[in-house]
Design a protein around this ligand. Structure first.
Ligand code: NAD
Length: 338
């Protein structure tokens, strides 16, 4: 097949990205467009920080079956990213709402994809499915996909993800729908939520450090003692990993994240160094999630013959630069006019 034939073959592929008004969905739409796809974006809202690259963007509520049917009509592939979600502060305080909303979203989206004859379906699960009892120590053993059972996720958010993973498996077994399941480990990058309560640790840390830099007050609040550990994966690696998984024949859940673990205190130090300032860490009570979490990428490497490439420092430099701009604009806007 020549390059132009390949391009036009890809151009005929039609995909819908749900949650396209959110962080990962917005970036995934851009990436699929660059691959030559025709893309429909679906969300409750348009993206917050930049116009969508989608060919068509439809505001729909996937908690409603008829709107999910509209979302998945006439496409070959569904990238199911829509979710009621946020960082630890949000997830640990909205259990019932998250379980209710996300169950409806995923039941409706998967069933309507089946009815509409979709060929491939990607479901975005989370490292939050892993049992709390395996994550009690900051120096945690990296989590393998099979560790999800026996199940004991910490939050309702994780329980719902497990059920929807299961649903994908049964839709394949019972109806032949080609389903893929990815478990993200802390994805971060520019053009994602950075304030308002739903932001996750890397964005929150960039915001706090930028505020310290721009206001001259060096105090940066950290929830807990800051010795809790995580790994963080940059958004450009995330969208590459997603599309590699969709093209693969791997139907079992697959981790997608970095396997370099850092403490939240170390994360703060890296961001402060990027910002070029000295900070004073103030440890305050706050939700911390599990004590330690890291991704075991053995299966990722084996299945995709690939793993995330972008270092934490490189990703944070790009993210910090964007968030510092947002904070600067916010501070200017907050100043009384002369
Ligand atoms: P996000 O909150 O930025 O995006 C989710 C989008 O879904 C939002 O724009 C929201 O408006 C939309 N949505 C919510 N309810 C909806 C509804 N009823 N109908 C239509 N749209 C609706 O989150 P994200 O970080 O981009 O995450 C994308 C997916 O990846 C989610 O399923 C999330 O659970 C999963 N995930 C993300 C991470 C991460 O680190 N960001 C980690 C693990 C899993």
């Amino acid at each position: 097949m020549s390059n132009s034939e390949l391009h036009s073959a890809k151009a005929r592929e039609r995909a819908v990205v749900t949650g396209a008004g959110g962080f990962i969905g917005h970036h995934l739409v851009k990436f699929l467009k660059r691959q030559g796809y025709w893309v429909r974006g679906v969300d409750l809202k348009v993206p917050d920080y930049a116009p969508t690259a989608a060919d068509e963007f439809v505001v729909l509520d996937l908690r409603k079956a008829e709107e999910a049917a509209r979302a998945t009509r006439g496409v070959d592939e569904v990238y199911a990213l829509a979710a009621d979600m946020g960082g630890m502060g949000y997830i640990s305080s909205h259990h019932a709402q998250i379980l209710y909303h996300n169950s409806l979203i995923n039941l409706n989206t998967l069933e309507s994809a089946r009815v509409n004859g979709v060929k491939r379906y990607l479901y975005t699960s989370s490292a939050c499915v892993y049992p709390e009892f395996l994550q009690m120590d900051a120096n945690v053993v990296p989590l393998k996909e099979e560790d999800a059972y026996p199940a004991q996720p910490q939050d309702a958010y994780g329980w719902e993800k497990l059920i929807s993973e299961r649903l994908c498996r049964h839709y394949h077994e019972d109806y032949g729908l080609e389903t893929r399941v990815v478990r993200f480990h802390n994805i971060f990058g520019p053009e994602g939520t950075w304030d308002g309560g739903r932001e996750k640790a890397p964005a929150a840390m960039c915001r706090k450090v930028a505020q310290a830099k721009l206001t001259g007050d060096p105090v940066v609040e950290i929830w807990g003692d800051g010795e809790q550990t995580r790994s963080f994966c940059y958004i450009d690696d995330c969208v590459v990993g997603i599309t590699k998984l969709v093209r693969s024949d791997h139907r079992e859940p697959l981790n997608l994240g970095q396997d370099r673990m850092v403490t939240i205190n170390q994360l703060a130090d890296i961001v402060a160094e990027i910002a070029g300032i000295r900070i004073v860490k103030k440890h305050v009570p706050g939700p911390q999630g599990v004590r330690g979490r890291n991704s075991d990428n053995s299966r990722l490497r084996r299945v995709l013959n690939w793993e995330p490439q972008i270092s934490l420092e490189a990703g944070l430099r790009r993210t910090y630069g964007w968030i510092e701009e947002q904070v600067r604009e916010q501070l200017v806007g907050a100043k009384p006019r002369a």
